[in-house]
Write a protein that binds this ligand. Structure first.
Ligand SMILES: *Cc1c(COP(=O)(O)O)cnc(C)c1O
Length: 400
């Protein structure tokens, strides 16, 4: 691929970010070395002052990590005409923490939606307030309400989006909210974990930062926890944001980065399969008499069908549905599953199902849960890449 410009996303997934290894290894090896040597004191000086590119210490990066970072940046920017840089983290939560703590200061506020990932919710409501950073939560599907909040509160410095989001697969309009945020001088960050850059490219829609839990679809096989912070403001990324990351030790490691690079090569083919399977499963569920409701943005009855269709290549592989019989109905259904796996998380090759009322949201009061659409019989489903008929056969018998 020496001089060939890549024309398709799938080629970038395979080749993006790869540099020929000095040992001529086909794959960038696991660089299991904590420190890097200098030929001379002068070279050490040049590396420390940034006059010469090169590795110094593995908390700050290594070649395996660099390949993963550059592949993610290439995938998030491909075809957008934008440039971006990535910092790989030990987890999605580490990436989100770096984003918030390195770009916000005491007194600043975050404007966000109510369906945030559990860890992010904890961070913005329980941890950041101790440092004087707080969150204003508004239904961001209502653009007027979003603008009212931005107009009324000059302390809001970041609009933080997560779309699609748990567990009712709500979507918000990235382009419209980015335009609003710009009008009020706010930065826009988007958690793109559920969609992946294959289905949705927030930079093309005006976002300044993208975060990923690479644990999910990007790794794709459930073999490592990881996170990515991707930023279009390269100077800021290489300056204060990188400094925060390297000082707090939020770094990834060679092994996890290696697994991530291999996983991302098949992202397009996996996503195509995840998505077509999810569509079939959603259709099956919506005609089953023991299912009360299906939340999938690929179905026209979902309230965010139009937003998803506008900004995503496909509705994705996450859905939720409500079984009859409340809490016990949900528990019975979960216990009957044979092929499908009972587990939280998503993005693995196998289908994963969880029951928020008995698992992730067990300790949340019932009224609070219902406010967010988390009914007692709600099942969250990540549709895997198995033969779809086998997934449906399992669901069908568990629903009986
Ligand atoms: C899993 C997840 C996270 C957190 O990522 P970790 O890798 O578990 O730290 C953040 N956002 C979303 C949407 C997630 O699904």
């Amino acid at each position: 691929m020496k001089n060939q410009k890549l024309s398709g996303w799938g080629s970038v997934a395979v080749h993006g970010g790869h540099k020929k290894d000095p040992s001529y290894a086909h794959l960038t090896p696991l660089y299991a070395s904590s420190t890097y040597v200098f030929d001379s004191a002068e070279q050490g000086m040049r590396r420390f002052t940034g006059q010469e590119e090169g590795y110094i210490y593995a908390r700050w990066g290594n070649p395996t990590i660099t390949e993963a970072e550059q592949k993610i940046a290439a995938l998030e920017t491909f075809g957008t005409g934008k440039e971006a840089t990535t910092i790989l983290h030990s987890s999605g939560m580490a990436a989100i923490t770096t984003l918030m703590m390195s770009t916000l200061s005491q007194g600043d506020k975050i404007l966000s939606h109510f369906s945030l990932y559990g860890g992010t919710d904890e961070l913005v409501h329980r941890i950041l307030p101790r440092f004087g950073v707080s969150a204003t939560i508004v239904d961001l599907r209502d653009l007027e309400k979003a603008e009212d909040a931005l107009r009324a509160d000059k302390q809001i410095k970041m609009v933080y989006l997560e779309t699609p989001a748990n567990p009712t697969i709500q979507c918000v309009d990235i382009a419209a909210l980015s335009a609003l945020a710009k009008k009020y001088n706010c930065i826009v960050a988007c958690d793109n974990t559920f969609a992946t850059p294959y289905l949705q490219q927030p930079f093309a829609l005006g976002a300044d930062f993208i975060v990923h839990s690479t644990t999910k679809f990007l790794n794709g096989h459930g073999t490592a926890i990881g996170g990515a912070l991707v930023g279009a403001d390269i100077e800021r990324m290489r300056g204060p944001i990188f400094k925060f990351h390297k000082t707090t030790g939020a770094n990834s490691n060679a092994f996890d980065a290696f697994l991530l690079v291999q996983g991302m090569k098949t992202l397009e083919v996996r996503m195509d399969r995840h998505c077509t399977n999810a569509e079939r499963v959603a259709q099956f569920l919506s005609t089953n008499k023991n299912v009360v409701k299906v939340n999938y943005t690929g179905l026209p009855q979902h309230p965010d069908f139009a937003i998803a269709a506008k900004q995503m290549r496909h509705a994705g592989a996450l859905l939720s549905f409500e079984v009859k019989g409340g809490l016990q109905g949900g528990i019975n259904f979960m216990n009957k599953l044979n092929l499908c796996t009972r587990a939280v998380s998503l993005g693995t090759c196998d289908t994963l199902l969880s029951h928020p009322a008995s698992m992730t949201h067990f300790s949340v009061p019932k009224e609070e849960k219902e406010k967010y659409g988390i009914t007692e019989g709600l099942i969250r489903m990540h549709v895997g890449i198995e033969t779809v008929d086998d997934i449906i056969t399992d669901l069908e018998q568990a629903l009986q």
